[in-house]
Write a protein that binds this ligand. Structure first.
Ligand code: J2J
Length: 539
């Protein structure tokens, strides 16, 4: 197996330890500590189910023993694809406890993505939820086993595991659990939104990730009395760590799981559980604001609403406090590391007009021009980042690493920002070619590759089009070959490709040729930009 590493140069690592950012804590360690400090406090709420910290710990230990008994070994990588159910936490903390490495997939992912994650990470396990919201993940597991036989162990967190292994819920004293790994080890793998091709794998260490949410807790005011609502999918980096459910658990607070981010599901939960803090992407924040005035549910316990994942416009941002009665906290983060927040005591002007400033005094942020020279203060430029919780490289992807990191270890975020006084950042756009569809990042190249496999497609360019509700939607400009297919048929065909539904193009436009083809060699990036401009002109 290719070793999983995330290493900072020794002088950096020493500084991060000396300054107290990296404290030697592990995921298993902090859960054990919270369970010892207040065993009866509520850790997880899902519907009628309530797990105390002691119960969460016991279930994690049971799960860990179950993995070992099934034949998984410490160090094994395990793809976890669970919705917002309590077992997300027993399964994941069980993996930590057994020294295994979760890779977080989203419930929306399908065979093409899951097989890619399994291959790229050399996974030997896959954890799923049986049937959920009309989709049977056991079928996905069968498809995965056929495509990637190295995935030998499928664990099902549901009553009916079929031919697979149920997630263990009973302690098994006959199995000794391994000691905690060093905190500098990789704890789990996140996936990148990615602008080129397939998702890249992001290894995060115990030290760096725990620092990011411990510090986020302070910035977002999370205390043991907080009640954090997971409205977005729990596997996303944003609801996981900014400050997220992991931040909430680290603080000894309560995590409430919503099956969906819609106001219909979330508002009754806010009222019942007295939720104090949650996070949303901009289109959902808009929906919540539309629903709030007429809701019969009392949502006045909500103190802080984090909004991030995509640009929140100032006009909408200004309406958060009047309509929802809480403080808006903008967050601009990325699974690769760097996270920026507006501060709770910032002026309303700052809170509503920018995307915050970095978490750490040791976050190094550069805004540079095309040549890599510093952009003048207040001028837009490419954002580069380095620091105590920003990765130095992707797993098993030299080409991406050469592209995405400078020789001195800065991560090229691909975002174009403007730096404002006080170190605040305003996101202006991005350099890369992905579509940010309501916070879900879609690689144009990945979708183009799928469409090019269709016999009636001669060429295609995927372009992001501004969308009132989604922020951006995806539009496929297709040059047909032979008989022109119907747009709906192409979309239906895309659904057979085993990809997440959010990647199916929202719109398909047939064109005879790309105007630019005649002009000779034009980069895909330029082609996409011209198609977007022409399309918008015609609107
Ligand atoms: C504009 N663009 C934003 C914002 C992210 C917290 C919050 C979000 C993410 C996330 C995260 C933005 N305004 N407020 O991991 O911990 C775009 C940028 C960025 C990319 C990262 C977190 N907040 N973005 O969205 O890995 O383009 O993480 O580089 O999914 O989302 O996407 P992702």
């Amino acid at each position: 197996m290719i070793p999983l590493r995330q290493t900072w140069p020794e002088d950096f690592a020493r500084r991060y330890r000396e300054k107290g950012y990296w404290r030697g804590e592990t995921f298993s360690g902090f859960l054990r500590q919270r369970a010892a400090e207040h065993p009866d406090a509520t850790a997880i709420v899902q519907g009628e189910r309530r797990w105390s910290y002691a119960e969460l710990l016991a279930r994690a230990e049971a799960a860990a023993a179950g993995y070992l008994k099934a034949g998984l070994k410490p160090g094994d990588r395990v793809v976890v694809q669970l919705p917002n159910i309590a077992e997300f936490f027993s399964a994941v903390f069980g993996l930590f406890r057994a020294g295994m490495i979760p890779l977080y997939a989203l419930p929306a992912h399908r065979i093409t993505e899951i097989a890619h994650f399994a291959r790229k990470s050399e996974a030997s396990g896959y954890i799923i939820a049986g049937r959920y919201e009309g989709f049977d993940y056991r079928d996905l597991a069968r498809a995965l086993r056929a495509e990637v036989p190295a995935v030998q162990h499928v664990i099902v967190a549901a009553d009916d595991a079929a031919e697979f292994t149920p997630l263990a819920t009973e302690a098994d004293a006959s199995l000794a659990l391994p000691p905690d790994p060093p905190s500098s080890d990789v704890a789990f793998i996140q996936i990148s939104g990615g602008s080129t091709g397939l998702s890249k794998l992001i290894p995060r260490t115990h030290d760096d990730y725990i620092y990011s949410f411990r510090a986020s807790n302070e910035i977002c005011g999370v205390t043991p009395e907080s009640v954090f609502l997971v409205a977005l999918p729990a596997a996303h980096n944003f609801p996981m760590s900014s400050p997220g459910h992991m931040g909430a658990l680290h603080a000894g607070a309560t995590v409430v799981l919503s099956p969906s981010p819609s106001p219909d599901a979330a508002f009754p939960l806010i009222a019942k559980e007295k939720v104090t803090i949650t996070g949303l992407v901009p289109p959902l924040a808009l929906l919540w604001m539309q629903a709030a005035p007429a809701t019969p549910h009392d949502i006045s316990s909500l103190e802080v609403l984090l909004v991030g994942g995509a640009k929140f416009t100032p006009e909408v941002a200004r309406r958060v406090r009047p309509t929802l009665g809480c403080t808006l906290q903008q967050v601009f983060g990325m699974a690769e590391g760097l996270v920026n927040y507006t501060r709770l005591d910032d002026s309303e002007e700052i809170i509503t007009t920018c995307q915050g400033r970095p978490i750490s005094p040791d976050d190094e942020v550069l805004v540079v021009d095309d040549l890599g020279n510093p952009a003048p203060e207040g001028e837009p430029g490419y954002l580069l980042a380095r620091g105590p919780y920003t990765i130095r490289g992707y797993h098993n992807d030299e080409a991406a690493n050469a592209r995405s990191f400078t020789s001195d270890g800065f991560y090229r975020t691909g975002d174009i920002v403007r730096r404002l006084p006080g170190g605040y950042l305003e996101v202006q756009g991005r350099a890369g070619d992905h579509i940010n569809r309501a916070g879900e990042k879609i690689s144009a190249e990945e979708i183009e590759d799928h469409l090019l496999a269709h016999p009636s497609v001669f060429d295609v360019a995927i372009v992001s089009i501004p969308d009132e509700f989604l922020g951006e939607r995806s539009c496929a400009f297709v040059i047909p070959q032979g008989e022109k297919p119907k747009g709906a048929a192409l979309k239906a065909w895309m659904r057979t490709r085993g990809i997440a539904e959010f990647k199916v193009p929202d719109q398909i436009v047939f064109v005879e040729q790309f105007a630019t083809t005649a002009a000779g060699k034009v980069s895909r990036k330029e082609l996409r930009a011209r198609l977007r401009a022409e399309f918008l002109e015609k609107q």
